[in-house]
Design a protein around this ligand. Structure first.
Ligand code: NAD
Length: 358
């Protein structure tokens, strides 16, 4: 077990998530961030100065060679997740990798093999799992409160949310996919987590890029923004995921759409259901449970106060606790492997036009 006082972090990537999520997340967990790294060295130096980090590197290999560092976060463009995570594990660091875990099932398997080989802890920043609403639904499903859940509808509609148009986000070679990997992975992971990672039987997917190609729906996210660069990824992803128990997950995500923005997960079961919708019910009490009571349909606003914490800070705190052996790992790489496989099948189905067996 690692000594609580000596666990120190390095942050790879000083873009949006590195600066806004990882550095403050480690610091809030009481972990000193001793170094940051970005190929844009001026960016790394400026972030280090602003956020009280001692060292700034321009090459991730330099940071990985730093013996003071026990744990690293990987907040880099998607195509770098696998090679940098594997190199970090080989360098003896615990790794919190950003989502999407990997751009292929084969790479995800290599990452897991590297963690096993090195004995280091590997997790993924699927921080939506740490929201009280997600944990309340997860526990209610596990307790059988809704009976058999036969349909889970997960959607994140952004009407104008194409990040960093012309940056790595919209370049297929660097991103792997667009909305599917950026927000689809969040909603898929959330639905699978709520259901307890059920076995998947088959996947049908559809990808579209109609608005992005017209430069409609540009959003604010992404540190390296432009208007002239490459756009060859999806801005919309839809999937029907058939589960081995006869149920299904329906996934709809968009970066850009002629419609209102919405983030929602709805579960329909044989004895009850749940609806997590900040847009419909408000951010203070975004969750409803539906259940039968004396022959009538009853609506309950569940108390989620027993699930404190949310976001990347909660995700990092939980990862640190797992490294210290204080609690079990919440986001397990084997689960991320399963979602990676589903995302791959969605892409294959979108190309072939056929349902893909899992
Ligand atoms: N969990 C979440 O909710 C969440 C939110 C945002 C981003 N992310 C993920 O984090 C990752 C980064 O996203 P972002 O929004 O911070 O992107 P970004 O473009 O803002 O930042 C990426 C940074 O990486 C740097 N970089 C590129 N290649 C590098 C290399 N070889 N070595 C070191 N630095 C390099 C860039 O210069 C840039 O500063 C993506 O995989 C994204 O999906 C996750």
């Amino acid at each position: 077990m690692t000594n609580k006082q000596t666990l120190r972090a390095g942050v790879l990537g000083c873009g949006e998530i590195g600066k806004r999520g990882h550095i403050p997340g480690f610091q809030a967990a009481g972990i000193e961030v001793v170094a940051v790294c970005d190929t844009n060295l001026a960016r790394a130096q400026s972030v280090a100065k602003e956020m009280h980090v001692a060292r700034a590197y321009g090459d991730y290999k330099e940071l990985l060679a730093d013996p003071d560092i026990d744990v690293v976060s990987v907040g880099l463009p998607n195509f770098l997740h696998a090679p940098v995570t594997i190199a970090a594990l080989e360098a003896g660091k615990h790794v919190l990798c950003e989502k999407p875990f990997a751009t292929s099932t084969a790479l995800a398997e290599e990452m897991i093999a590297a963690a096993k080989r090195t004995g280091k802890m590997l997790s993924i920043n699927q921080h939506l799992r740490f929201e009280g609403t997600a944990r309340a639904i997860h526990d209610a499903v596990a307790e059988g409160r809704f009976g058999r859940v036969y349909l889970t509808d997960a959607r994140m509609i952004r009407s104008a949310g194409i990040p960093g148009y012309g940056s790595w986000f919209t370049n297929k070679d660097m991103a792997g996919a667009g909305s599917l990997y950026d927000i689809g992975v969040h909603m898929l992971d959330l639905a699978m987590f709520m259901l307890g990672f059920p076995k998947v039987a088959a996947v049908r997917g559809m990808l579209s890029s109609a608005l992005g190609e017209q430069k409609i729906g540009l959003g604010g996210w992404g540190i390296d923004r432009g208007t002239a660069g490459r756009f060859d990824v999806d801005d919309t992803a839809i999937a029907h995921i058939s589960l081995a128990d006869g149920g299904a997950i329906r996934l709809i995500v968009t970066w850009a759409a002629f419609g209102a923005s919405e983030e929602r997960v709805t579960l329909f079961g044989t004895r009850g259901g749940a609806d997590r919708s900040p847009d419909k019910y408000g951010r203070d009490t975004p969750l409803r449970f539906y259940q039968e009571h004396n022959g009538a349909m009853e609506t309950v606003i569940p108390d989620t106060s027993r699930y404190p914490g949310a976001g990347t800070s909660a995700s990092i705190a939980s990862f640190i606790a797992a490294i210290r052996g204080e609690s079990a790992l919440v986001v397990r790489p084997e689960e991320a492997l399963q979602t990676t496989r589903i995302l791959e099948l969605i892409q294959q189905s979108a190309v072939s036009g056929h349902e893909m067996a899992a």
